[in-house]
Design a protein around this ligand. Structure first.
Ligand SMILES: *Cc1c(COP(=O)(O)O)cnc(C)c1O
Length: 428
């Protein structure tokens, strides 16, 4: 039994893990309500009543804002759109710099380019993997206008310190809370701590509407601008009596009535899902904390919502590479039903540090290299912590969610513990 599967022994787990699917009768009924109404989206791109969308969109926004205790929620068709709308509303433009994270989905770093501003990468914390106040401070220049802070994997960033810096240097703070709906920092939900919070409702997130997103803010001026940019600002400003025309370039980033109706039901399911994830995460942390070459990511003064669960591995304590260790873990386990082609969802590193994307390496976003000046620093090595985490230490899995049962979680734990207890066998 203790012979590792990678070395020819029996696997701990033979059947597939159940897939995550929180779409049920409630969502079906909500969709049918909209279908029966015949109004699948109600927006009009002009200064008319329907400028703000239909009943489902407006109800969803109200309920979202209520849940988050935010003054305004602006529904959009994705978090990616939300980040663009948010930066646009803050007046970001050519010549500006926006401090971003290198460890996130690419749009968190590329969104400033849409408004012709350039991203500047800050380094991450080695415990929670969000950008650190210290690194942000080092990157602030006279051109800095905003910080996009990402609560990566669901763990809140150091928001008090980041907000203090923003206040000192007069910067906007945009929280990318795509992975952190229902995460709390000092008792307050993330996404309401900066100037604007941006959530995602894409299929892979805790709760979803297929595609979708929401921006939250307590600032009525920012809410107004976000509503304009979401829905053809250029055609609305005149009749609406807007004086300020900067960034009032409209898009169509509107969520449909069907999606909003689904979102209203999904929001009701968020708390239960997070409680399940927190309970499962605790079990892995308890089981793995006995091994000195593994460090679990326990959030001490903040509430983690576990979009995924991440850990660190110390090769210097075992003489076995992270890749070999994870290969042995994967060999003990099985994929998730319906996602067999993705293999066992245990991964070394998260995303390659974003400054290594060709866009930044070649400094080409628009024609002739605009808006890069050529002086930006995107070389390998600019953020040593993220590189150390990505290439050497961090690993994460997608085994921290419903509907995994006690048996499923125990199998994952047994797989890890078996490999950890026999790690010496991998040393050849
Ligand atoms: C998913 C995700 C996004 C993008 O969300 P979409 O709704 O797919 O546009 C942005 N940032 C982070 C951190 C994400 O996880």
């Amino acid at each position: 039994m203790s012979k590792l599967a990678l070395l020819g022994g029996n696997k701990v787990r033979k059947t597939l893990f159940p897939k995550y699917n929180n779409i049920g009768k409630e969502e079906k009924d909500a969709v049918m309500r909209v279908m029966d109404s015949g109004v699948l989206s109600k927006y009009l791109g002009g200064w008319v009543d329907d400028f703000y969308g239909g009943v489902e969109v407006q109800a969803f926004e109200k309920e979202w804002a209520g849940y988050y205790n935010a003054a305004h929620a602006v529904a959009v068709n994705s978090n990616s759109s939300g980040l663009q709308v948010a930066l646009g509303a803050c007046g970001i433009g050519y010549g500006d710099e926006v401090i971003v994270s290198p460890y996130s989905m690419s749009i968190s770093a590329s969104a400033p380019l849409v408004w012709n501003a350039v991203p500047v990468f800050a380094d991450i914390d080695e415990n929670h993997f969000c950008i650190t106040p210290g690194s942000i401070k080092e990157k602030i220049t006279s051109k800095t206008k905003a910080i996009v802070v990402v609560h990566i994997h669901g763990c809140p960033a150091d928001m008090d310190e980041i907000n203090a810096l923003a206040k000192e240097y007069n910067l906007y703070v945009i929280e990318d809370a795509a992975q952190a709906p229902g995460s709390f920092y000092k008792g307050k939900p993330v996404g309401t701590l900066g100037d604007i919070g941006v959530f995602s409702l894409n299929y892979h997130k805790h709760i979803h509407t297929g595609e979708g997103g929401v921006c939250t803010t307590n600032n009525p001026g920012l809410a107004n601008k976000m509503q304009l940019i979401r829905n053809h600002a250029e055609a609305v400003v005149e009749n609406k009596g807007e004086k300020e025309l900067e960034n009032m370039i409209g898009f169509n980033m509107r969520l449909t009535e069907i999606q909003a109706a689904i979102g209203r039901e999904q929001l009701k399911k968020l708390e239960d899902e997070i409680a399940i994830r927190q309970n499962i995460a605790r079990q892995y942390n308890d089981a793995l904390s006995q091994f000195d070459f593994i460090k679990t990511t326990e959030a001490v003064d903040r509430v983690h919502s576990y979009y995924v669960q991440s850990f660190k591995y110390y090769e210097e304590k075992t003489g076995v590479s992270r890749e070999k260790f994870l290969e042995a873990v994967r060999a003990e386990l099985t994929p998730v039903e319906g996602r067999e082609n993705e293999g066992v969802p245990v991964y070394g590193g998260y995303v390659r540090p974003l400054y290594l994307l060709p866009m930044f390496q070649k400094k080409r976003a628009y024609k002739n290299g605009f808006p890069f000046t050529g002086k930006e620093k995107y070389d390998k090595g600019i953020c040593p912590v993220v590189e150390d985490m990505h290439y050497k230490k961090l690993w994460f899995h997608d085994f921290t969610r419903s509907p995994l049962t006690g048996r499923d979680v125990q199998d994952v734990i047994d797989g890890y513990v078996k490999v950890c207890e026999n790690i010496g066998d991998l040393r050849k």
